[in-house]
Design a protein around this ligand. Structure first.
Ligand code: FEO
Ligand code: CA
Ligand code: CA
Ligand code: CA
Length: 515
C-alpha cells in the first residue's frame, strides 16, 4: 500500500510549515514528479501542453484502475512574457492570437505509472489531444440560436478554463471563468463564453458542447450529484466579488443505461440561485424576472450597474435569463457572497461545501468555507440551512480557500489562492506561499487545517484530484514566477528543469510512502 488512504491523516503525515521557498514542498515521505509542463509535446501530431494548468480529473483506462488512465487538465490563461508576447500598438498579430487561444482550454493526456513509481505521459496515445480557444463548440439549451448570443448555434473555442467536474456518465465538465480579456483581444462575442463545457475524453467524434441551461457567469467549477428522485443536480460557484451560488436541477432523471446520452439532461432543467437569508433556492425563470422588473417602483440592484429600463428591455426570453444569469439572480433576491469558488458535495452526508475565497470590498480578507445542509438531505430540495464550516485566518492557518476535493476518509483537501500581489505581504505574510491543506470534516479535528504542500514562488496550487485508490494525488502548479517583470529576471524557475531559463506551470503526481 502506498499513500494517503487513512482514517487519521495527521497520523500519516507530519504537516509542513508555511514556507517562502521556490519549491513544491511536501511532508516527509512523499514525493512528486512532473507529469506534463507548459510546452511539452503530448501526442504524435505534435500538440503541446497549454499554459497555466488548473483543474485535473483522472479517468482510468483499460480497467487499470489507478496506474493508467487519461488525465483531463484545464488551461486557464496565458502570460504574455512566456507565451504570446506583448500586444503591439494595433493589438495582437495573427500569430500571437493563435498562441493566446491555443494555450488555453484543456489537454487530454494519457498517463501511466511506470516501474519506478513515477507517472509518465504516453506521447503515442491515440486519445491525447487538445481542446483550445480555436476548437468549434456546439451550444445546447435555451440560449442556442437565440438573439442573446447573436443567433449562434456553434461558437469558436473555450478559454479561461478554471476548475470543473466529472459527470455521472464519465465525461468532463470544464468551467469558463474570466473570459473577458481573451474574448476582447480576439474580437470574439463575449456572450459565447462564461459557460460550462462538456467533453468526452474517449471519443473525439462526440461533439464538444457548451450547456447554456447552466447559466453564464464566471464559472469556477461544477459538482454533480443526484436528487432523491433521480434528477441530476449541478452546484456551481461564480468567482466574482459579491456573486451568487447556483444549482441546476435537470427536468429528466438519470438513467445509467443511457450512458453518455444522459448529457441531454444538462440541456433542459431549472437554474436556481441561493438566498442565504431565507434559506431558499430561487428559480431563475423569465416569468419571475419579468414580474420583478415590471413591478411598479422596481429599482435595479446597484451591483448590476444597469438602469431599470435597460433591464426591462434586456429580459425577454429564457435565453436572456441564462445569458445574464448573474443579473437575473440579483434581481430575484439571491444573496451576493464573497467570491464563491469551488463547490463540493460531501460523499458522506450530502452536505455541500463552498469555498468563499475572500472579498476585500467588505473586509473578508482571508475567506471561509461555507457548508450547506439541504432540507431532508435531498440535493433536489429548494430549502437549505448553512454554517461557516471553517474561517480563514491565523487561527485556522489558511487564507483564501479555492479548489476543494474529498478523500474517502471525509477530509476536505483545500488549496489556497492568495493573489500574487498579496503573497508574503501585510496580513498575508503569516501564511507564506500558497498551499494545500487537509481539513477533516468529521471527528474532533473537524475544521482544523493541516498543511500538506507549499507552492513555489508566486504560484497557486490548483486542481487536486486522486486516483480511485488514492495512492496518487494529481496537482497543478499554476503561474510560478507570475510576478516577474523582466524576462531575464524570473522570480521563480520552478520546476527547475536543467538548462531551462523560465518557470513552467506543470501538473505533478504526488505519491506516498509505503505504509
Ligand atoms: Fe480561476 Fe476562481 O479561480
Ligand atoms: Ca480557481
Ligand atoms: Ca482563484
Ligand atoms: Ca488561478
Amino acid at each position: 500500500l502506498f499513500g494517503f488512504k487513512t482514517n487519521k491523516v495527521s497520523g500519516y503525515f507530519n504537516p509542513i510549515q508555511h514556507s517562502t521557498e521556490d519549491k513544491l514542498l511536501l511532508p516527509k515521505g512523499f514525493q512528486y514528479n512532473v507529469v506534463a509542463a507548459y510546452g511539452d509535446v503530448i501526442n504524435a501530431a505534435g500538440d503541446t501542453f497549454g499554459y497555466n494548468n488548473d483543474y485535473t480529473a483522472f479517468f482510468p483506462l483499460n480497467g487499470r484502475n489507478s496506474d493508467k488512465g487519461l488525465l483531463w487538465v484545464n488551461h486557464e490563461y496565458t502570460n504574455p512574457l512566456w507565451v504570446e508576447g506583448a500586444a503591439g500598438k494595433s493589438g495582437y498579430s495573427a500569430d500571437q492570437l493563435n498562441k493566446l487561444l491555443y494555450n488555453q482550454g484543456g489537454s487530454i493526456i494519457e498517463i501511466y505509472r511506470d516501474g519506478d513509481g513515477a507517472w509518465k505521459m504516453d506521447k503515442n496515445s491515440q486519445y491525447a489531444r487538445r481542446i483550445t480557444g480555436l476548437t468549434p463548440f456546439q451550444l445546447t439549451g435555451p440560449a442556442k440560436g437565440s438573439k442573446a448570443v447573436g443567433g449562434a448555434s456553434t461558437v469558436q473555442g473555450t478559454f479561461a478554463n478554471c476548475s470543473g467536474g466529472i459527470t455521472l456518465w464519465n465525461t468532463v465538465l470544464s468551467c469558463e471563468e474570466n473570459y473577458e480579456n481573451t474574448a476582447e483581444a480576439a474580437k470574439l462575442n463575449s456572450t459565447h463564453y462564461g459557460w460550462v463545457i462538456e467533453v468526452d475524453l474517449f471519443n473525439p467524434q462526440w461533439a464538444v458542447r457548451k450547456h447554456t441551461a447552466l447559466g453564464r457567469f464566471h464559472h469556477e467549477n461544477s459538482a454533480m450529484g443526484l436528487a432523491a428522485d433521480g434528477r441530476v443536480v449541478v452546484y456551481m460557484g461564480d468567482d466574482e466579488k459579491d456573486a451568487c451560488v447556483y444549482k441546476f436541477i435537470s427536468k429528466g432523471k438519470f438513467d445509467a443505461a443511457k450512458e453518455k446520452a444522459n448529457s441531454l439532461l444538462l440541456e433542459d432543467g431549472t437554474l436556481y440561485a441561493a438566498n442565504f437569508k431565507k434559506g431558499t433556492w430561487v428559480a431563475l425563470t423569465i416569468d419571475a424576472v419579468k414580474k420583478a422588473v415590471n413591478t411598479p417602483g422596481f429599482k435595479a440592484p446597484s451591483l448590476i450597474g444597469k438602469t431599470a429600463d435597460r433591464l426591462k428591455a434586456q429580459f425577454q426570453s429564457q435565453a436572456d435569463v441564462v445569458v445574464y444569469a448573474s443579473e437575473a439572480a440579483l434581481i430575484l433576491g439571491a444573496t451576493p457572497t464573497d467570491r464563491p469558488e469551488d463547490v463540493e458535495i460531501s460523499p458522506f452526508d450530502n452536505t455541500i461545501f463552498i469555498a468563499h475565497t475572500n472579498n476585500d470590498n467588505h473586509g473578508n480578507i482571508h475567506g471561509h468555507i461555507t457548508r450547506f445542509f439541504e432540507k431532508d438531505n435531498d440535493l433536489g430540495a429548494l430549502e437549505f440551512d448553512f454554517e461557516i464550516f471553517a474561517a480563514g485566518g491565523r487561527q485556522s492557518g489558511f487564507s483564501a480557500p479555492d479548489n476543494l476535493t474529498f478523500d474517502s476518509n471525509g477530509n476536505l483537501w483545500t488549496v489556497t489562492d492568495i493573489s500574487g500581489s498579496s503573497i508574503n505581504k501585510g496580513v498575508h505574510a503569516h501564511f507564506g506561499n500558497n498551499g494545500l491543506y487537509v481539513i477533516p470534516t468529521t471527528g474532533k479535528n473537524a475544521g482544523e487545517a493541516l498543511q500538506f504542500a507549499s507552492a513555489p514562488t508566486d504560484a497557486e496550487l490548483t486542481g487536486p484530484s486522486f486516483t480511485p485508490d488514492e495512492t496518487t494525488l494529481f496537482l497543478s502548479v499554476q503561474h510560478p514566477g507570475e510576478q516577474t517583470k523582466e524576462i531575464n529576471k524570473p522570480t521563480s524557475l520552478w520546476p527547475h528543469r536543467p538548462g531551462d531559463s523560465q518557470p513552467r506551470p506543470a501538473v505533478v503526481a504526488i505519491t506516498g510512502f509505503k505504509l
